[in-house]
Design a protein around this ligand. Structure first.
Ligand code: GLC
Length: 448
């Protein structure tokens, strides 16, 4: 099973490579996506480390002067009509010598320091030249990774309480998750936008899997508001209709600081500052995004200071933080094992993106039910970090079995395990390499 899976994963990554970057999927996503590039680099490091570095470099070459790393870097060879909303809609001005309209102005979870550290750790296995390349790439990336973290920690701290806010559901990477429903219901939906613009996703994917039109109208309205404000983050909570703190986004932000501790040690910078930042962000997640009644992590609407009622997979991701208090780590494990998420022990499958017992659990619609490999990969990492070795191994095997049986799909039906969405999806392929090789256990993981 493992040789087949290894080979099929490598060939997906060959097919989806496009000169100097990887596309998530040729038809549905024909540009470069930010957190995809991080998950992809982690797996690509086993088979082609130079491409893993190239992909990260292509992304960071498009970093804005304020430090933000755009959620999409547009490929100028892809026609405007092949993806919506494309470069013309975002209308980003020229910056850093790059042509106008080269990227979006949103971000995605900052997983890149973690990816860079994993690629670096793999390099020695590829010989002296690869190790040398890795040292150079890490040096080039370090100040850029720090600028990315500082943008999110300073400019995006809309509540002033030490957490980064997202200004659009797309920034979470969990686009239509029920985690945003309450905050989104207060965002005006201008349905006229859908007559002025055509949704390209419905031409290339099944409508029953995709966000609804009313969600899409709100998505577009939020982009237009942020764009028309010059993509500025000043006084966000007053000027913008969606300002939310996501537990998964912030857990990744803190874990990235821990990766920067290691990177700083290699490049001769001060690791201490990163250690402190990780602790501060962890403490803020633990305090502000925790619901003591249900003992779960939730997203928080900064404008109303309320926690979302929805139990979603993003609430499980803070487990990746080693300094999370033990009682909260244990509560995440209990939630993951409950009938709501049903660890492999009960279902034989990785966890779904949303509470299986919720009345609006949807087996097809994207982040409202289906199983996604990237968030399960994060959850498994969290289990290792907190010493839940047996559960981590069960989850690793459940992911491998599922991908082997169904293919390198974008997401999977949470009851049947059938593959849905794009069939040759890069991060599913890349992470299956990492799951097979099983070498990305963080140094700070507990023994058991
Ligand atoms: C979808 C996913 C997002 C991903 C993008 C490209 O928008 O929700 O997480 O980055 O596709 O794969």
């Amino acid at each position: 099973m493992s040789a087949d899976l290894w080979n099929s994963a490598s060939s997906v990554l060959d097919v989806n490579w496009s000169d100097d970057h990887m596309v998530p999927s040729r038809r549905l996503y024909p540009h470069q996506w930010s957190w995809d590039a991080a998950f992809i680099a982690i797996g690509l490091a086993y088979v082609n480390p130079s491409r893993a570095w190239r992909d990260l470099r292509s992304l960071f070459e498009a970093q804005w002067p304020d430090g933000r790393v755009p959620h999409i870097v547009f490929d100028p060879r892809t026609a405007e009509g092949d993806y919506f909303p494309g470069p013309g809609f975002w209308n980003v001005p020229a910056y850093n010598g790059r042509a106008a309209r080269g990227s979006t102005g949103l971000v995605q979870p900052p997983l890149h320091a973690i990816a860079a550290w994993e690629v670096y750790r793999r390099a020695a296995a590829h010989g002296a030249a690869a190790a040398h390349e890795a040292g150079d790439e890490l040096k080039w990336l370090y100040p850029r990774l720090v600028a990315q973290q500082e943008y999110l920690s300073r400019r995006r701290d809309a509540a002033g309480e030490g957490l980064a806010s997202i200004v659009h559901p797309w920034e979470s990477g969990l686009d239509n998750s029920p985690s945003w429903d309450t905050a989104m219901s207060a965002v005006p939906a201008d349905m006229g936008l859908l007559t002025r613009y055509t949704r390209r996703d419905l031409e290339v994917a099944d409508a029953s899997h995709r966000p609804l039109d009313i969600d899409y109208a709100r998505y577009l309205g939020l982009v237009l508001n942020y764009r028309d404000g010059g993509y500025s983050d000043t006084a966000l909570a007053q000027r913008h209709d969606f300002v939310v703190e996501c537990p998964s986004f912030n857990a990744i932000l803190a874990a990235a600081e821990l990766a920067l501790v290691h990177i700083a040690e290699v490049v001769g910078a001060d690791p201490e500052v990163h250690r402190e930042r990780a602790q501060r962000i962890t403490a803020a997640i633990s305090k502000h995004l925790w619901d003591p009644q249900t003992r779960t992590f939730r997203s928080r609407d900064v404008r109303t200071k309320t926690l979302s009622p929805a139990r979603c997979v993003n609430g499980l991701v803070p487990l990746i933080l080693p300094d999370l208090p033990d009682h909260q780590a244990a509560a995440i494990m209990a939630e993951a094992a409950s009938e709501r998420f049903g660890l492999p022990e009960a279902t034989g499958l990785p966890v779904p993106s949303y509470d299986r017992t919720a009345t609006d659990f949807d087996t097809l619609r994207y982040w409202r039910g289906p199983i996604w490999i990237n968030v399960n990969w994060l959850l498994r990492r969290g289990m290792l970090v907190h010493g839940y070795r047996g559960e981590a191994e069960d989850l690793r095997m459940a992911m491998i079995r599922l991908i082997h049986r169904s293919g390198h799909y974008e997401y999977f039906h949470p009851v049947t395990g059938e593959g849905i969405g794009a069939p040759t999806f890069s991060w599913t392929a890349a992470l299956s390499l990492d799951l097979l090789a099983d070498r990305s256990v963080p140094a700070y993981a507990r023994a058991a």
